[in-house]
Design a protein. Structure first.
Length: 110
């Protein structure tokens, strides 16, 4: 039994978790290249990008800890944690730079 989505994920990675559990239960995960999906990039994170990124990165750590932590030494876990939070800092810095550029551009034209 695979069960429902893990509700301990707040945003992001719950689909990866589910696929991992399906795979471990013997199900096949299928990729359908001709399927069409429309995804409006950034719609859910446009108003609260820092909040969304924070929870996305927490989800990454939860996923790794749940499925891979027991297989690898503590030093690797430390590297994963550092890597995830380093990525978070880069993403936040990118958002901040974009926001500053946008603010400067709108002040210039006002």
């Amino acid at each position: 039994m695979v069960g429902l989505w893990d509700e301990n994920y707040f945003l992001h990675c719950e689909d990866l978790d589910w696929c991992m559990r399906f795979g471990r239960s013997g199900w096949k995960i299928m990729f359908v290249p001709c399927a069409r999906i429309t995804h409006e990039v950034g719609v859910c994170s446009r108003n609260r990008p820092y909040f969304v990124e924070w929870h996305k990165h927490l989800g990454m750590l939860r996923f790794y800890r749940k499925f891979f932590r027991h297989k690898y030494p503590i030093l690797l876990w430390g590297g994963v944690v550092v890597g995830v939070w380093f990525r978070f800092s880069l993403v936040i810095a990118r958002h901040a730079v974009k926001q500053l550029r946008y603010s400067a551009k709108t002040r210039k034209h006002a």
